[in-house]
Design a binder for this molecule. Structure first.
Ligand SMILES: [Zn+2]
Length: 80
């Protein structure tokens, strides 16, 4: 499920969107942007909106820093 919070783009807007595909989400957001914010939906606007889309499929998607724990071995190991 793709989700989008309009408030991340248009400060103060409480509208949120959810759709199965990015295209469906962009269609919803595009209509909202035009009707509520009076925006013209140009390719630039679409790209901006697309960059704020989140994939809700993975519950842990926001914390990607955990992968760094893999590189815990010291680069220089004293081999005697
Ligand atoms: Zn909005």
């Amino acid at each position: 499920m793709k989700t989008l919070a309009c408030g991340e783009i248009m400060s103060g807007c409480a509208a949120t969107f959810a759709a199965a595909t990015e295209d469906a989400l962009l269609a919803q957001a595009g209509r909202h942007a035009a009707e509520v914010h009076g925006l013209e939906v140009t390719p630039d606007v679409v790209e901006l909106v697309r960059s704020h889309i989140r994939d809700d499929g993975k519950p842990d998607a926001t914390s990607s820093n955990r992968e760094t724990s893999e590189a815990s071995a010291p680069l220089v190991s004293p081999i005697v």
